[in-house]
Design a protein around this ligand. Structure first.
Ligand SMILES: [Zn+2]
Ligand SMILES: [Zn+2]
Length: 180
């Protein structure tokens, strides 16, 4: 009889302990599940945020691309302007002015349309004698200072053939190109 009671008590204790264990395990599992759910939610949120950023980057990249294209176009037309300025024998000042990207468009039109002549610009100087138009002009008239006649024409000229100013004297000049 006593043995039977002991056995039952033990069985009860065991059952109680077992159910406690089960309960604790269940609690742990639920907790873990909740953590995982939270983590998953965070991951999803992070993904959404990343996707948003990717979309934004993509948009920014497109804006940059458009700007680069715009700049390339500007560079191209600027280069064309510079080329044109060089062809027209533009001075370095003019070229430098054209180089300013900020006011490029205005200058571009100016350069294309204006008949502005830089007084310092190097023009191919016509060196033939203004009197005979055959030989090279190497004589400077005085006082008008026009280098406009050859030595032979100078000998018979009393006025400058360019400005018709009476000559008081004349000087033979040395040209840097060696023509004389
Ligand atoms: Zn001459
Ligand atoms: Zn003269």
């Amino acid at each position: 009889m006593y043995g039977e009671q002991l056995r039952r008590t033990l069985a009860d204790l065991w059952r109680k302990h077992y159910s406690e264990l089960l309960c604790a395990a269940e609690e742990r599992a639920t907790k873990k599940l909740k953590e995982k759910e939270l983590e998953f939610g965070n991951t999803m949120r992070r993904n959404a945020k990343l996707e948003q950023q990717v979309a934004q980057f993509r948009m920014e990249a497109q804006v940059w691309k458009a700007q680069v294209e715009n700049l390339e176009e500007k560079t191209w037309s600027l280069r064309a302007s510079l080329h044109e300025a060089k062809l027209r024998g533009g001075s370095t000042d003019e070229v430098r002015e054209l180089g300013c990207a900020g006011c490029k468009e205005a200058h571009q039109e100016e350069a294309a349309e204006s008949s502005f002549v830089d007084p310092d610009r190097v023009d191919p100087v016509r060196l033939e004698c203004k009197a005979c138009e055959k030989r090279v002009a190497t004589v400077m008239m005085w006082p008008c200072r026009h280098v406009c006649v050859c030595v032979r024409c100078d000998a018979v000229s009393k006025t400058c053939p360019v400005c018709l100013f009476p000559k008081t004297t004349s000087v033979e000049v040395c040209l840097p190109c060696g023509t004389k």
